[in-house]
Design a protein around this ligand. Structure first.
Ligand SMILES: Cc1cc2nc3c(=O)[nH]c(=O)nc-3n(C[C@H](O)[C@H](O)[C@H](O)COP(=O)(O)OP(=O)(O)OC[C@H]3O[C@@H](n4cnc5c(N)ncnc54)[C@H](O)[C@@H]3O)c2cc1C
Length: 464
């Protein structure tokens, strides 16, 4: 069969299998149908539930404003797919194009999309993790369990780790009137994502809302009573804390173990793929029939020096799934790159936090609008003399502007004057990331065009 005929056949009666039935998997399935894929479509998911939305789990659900079992993602009608829910994929035979399932079944594919996401990193001591009162938060069932426990008015909640999820949990607990201690190994909350300057604002917010925030502190042990209920936490400064609930918020682990030995280039950092979402095999060569999208994917991003980025962002999962689905049923000349500019939102302690770009690449930050002291500002990050990211606290309206600045490699510090720049924003200061990455000096790439079909990239070689 010629290439054109093979593609025509695939679109008409091929078999597409998606492993991971959540946000990215569902959006990819919908895009496949929208773009005319008429063959058989199978979605495999290890959770028993229909695809649901995770962001409300640490916000509305913990506050009791929404129930965990009413978080289903809206679904396009007429998807005409076979759903295999509550059964995990346990292996992949690349040569035979077959996925093995935990129930012994095997499913054959012509194209495979992997959207298996991440799971919460568990507390490292298994016996302590088993104590009644120790929680993680990733799934709808986790959220329902934690909500029930919070509603029973525990004496104190200990949140271990002050990244976005941990900070949102602490915020929800305070809104419920619960005493909360947050233990964070770094110098401030959100420091890994936004750096020390903005992290200090996050620390002020937490303390202003009554959080007992302890930075530079690690939880070294969790202690239970004879009935196996959590009673106490031991901290690295030698103190102990009486608590009956601990929420472990130590980041995520990528769901790639099921691919061990398959030949797909999958590991603890995710599944590497090209910008067109095709997975690499273990030799580092792209496969033709296996694609990746969402939190489990790691792909090179042209405007960020072609670094391989893993993004645990809702918007990235949607955009990458749409690109992967399009490319799965397109000829090579019609394929397009995943050029989404990272964007993230969070709401905590009454503040709406949004970011665009990759703040953690920033060497310096400048407060371009507003003021850190007011907790209402836009911070702009610079990397090698160009704008690389921006974050706003209760100032969302500026972010679209900064997205264009990032896409066009606008110079940093910003050269324009702005309506609300205060004296503190006149000069950039070090962004103060705890472990600054040192990417190699790369070429400059800019993006033009708005819709995926007319987006173009311009490549300017690195200066000598
Ligand atoms: C509490 C919480 C709050 C969040 N808040 C925000 C926010 O405010 N803003 C934001 O931008 N993002 C937020 N996110 C992140 C966002 O929800 C994720 O980026 C998004 O869910 C990624 O979708 P995904 O489909 O790639 O992966 P996932 O949603 O992780 O889905 C992967 C699915 O694959 C399943 N799976 C794994 N292994 C297998 C296997 N072997 N076989 C079959 N199925 C398998 C998993 O169980 C899961 O159902 C939040 C996440 C959480 C947990």
């Amino acid at each position: 069969m010629s290439g054109d005929h093979a593609l025509e056949w695939l679109r008409r009666e091929g078999r597409i299998v998606i492993v991971g039935a959540s946000l990215a998997g569902l959006r990819a399935a919908e895009t496949l149908r929208k773009e005319g894929f008429a063959g058989s479509l199978t979605l495999i998911g290890d959770e028993p539930h229909e695809p649901y939305d995770r962001p409300p789990l640490s916000k509305q659900v913990l506050l009791g404003h929404a129930s965990a079992d009413h978080t289903e993602l809206p679904r396009r009608r007429g998807l005409d797919a076979q759903w295999r829910l509550g059964v995990a994929a346990t292996g992949l035979d690349m040569a035979a194009r077959r996925v093995r399932l935990a129930d012994g079944d095997e499913v054959e594919y012509d194209r495979l999309l992997i959207t298996t996401g991440v799971r919460a990193r568990p507390w490292p001591h298994p016996a302590e993790a088993e104590l009644d009162g120790v929680f993680v938060l990733r799934t709808r069932d986790d959220a329902a369990r934690l909500h029930r426990r919070l509603a029973a008015s525990p004496r104190r909640v200990l949140v271990i780790g002050a990244g976005f999820t941990g900070s949102e949990i602490a915020s929800a607990c305070r809104e419920r009137g619960l005493p909360v201690t947050v233990a964070e190994r770094g110098a401030a909350p959100l420091v890994g994502a936004l750096g020390g300057v903005i992290g200090q604002v996050a620390a002020e917010l937490q303390r202003a809302h009554g959080v007992d925030l302890r930075c530079g502190i690690m939880v070294t042990g969790l202690e239970g009573d004879s009935a196996g209920r959590l009673r106490r936490a031991h901290l690295s400064d030698g103190t102990t804390l009486d608590t009956d609930v601990a929420v472990v918020s130590l980041g995520a682990t990528r769901n790639t173990e099921w691919l061990a030995g398959s030949g797909v280039g999958a590991g603890p950092r995710g599944i590497a793929c090209d910008a067109g979402c095709r997975a690499f095999d273990i030799r580092g060569i792209v496969t033709d029939d296996i694609f990746v999208a969402g939190d489990v994917a790691r792909s090179p991003h042209a405007i960020f020096g072609y670094q391989f980025l893993s993004l645990e962002h809702w918007g990235n999962a949607v955009a990458q799934a749409e690109t992967a689905a399009h490319n799965m049923i397109s000829s090579s000349s019609e394929r397009r790159p995943h050029l989404w500019v990272p964007a993230f939102w969070s709401s905590q302690f009454g503040v709406n936090i949004k970011s665009v770009g990759v703040p953690s690449l920033g060497e310096e930050v400048i407060v371009a609008q507003g003021s850190l002291a007011d907790h209402r500002f836009t911070g702009v990050y610079g990397y090698q003399g160009r704008v690389i990211a921006a974050v706003s606290f209760d100032q969302t309206k500026w972010l679209e502007f900064y997205q264009r600045q990032i896409e066009t490699a606008a110079p940093f510090p910003p050269e324009y004057s702005s309506v609300d720049r205060r004296p503190e924003g006149l000069r950039p200061v070090p962004a103060d990331f705890p472990d600054p990455s040192l990417p190699t000096h790369g070429p400059s790439v800019t993006v033009s065009g708005y819709s995926p079909t007319d987006q173009r990239i311009t490549f300017t070689p690195a200066r000598a």
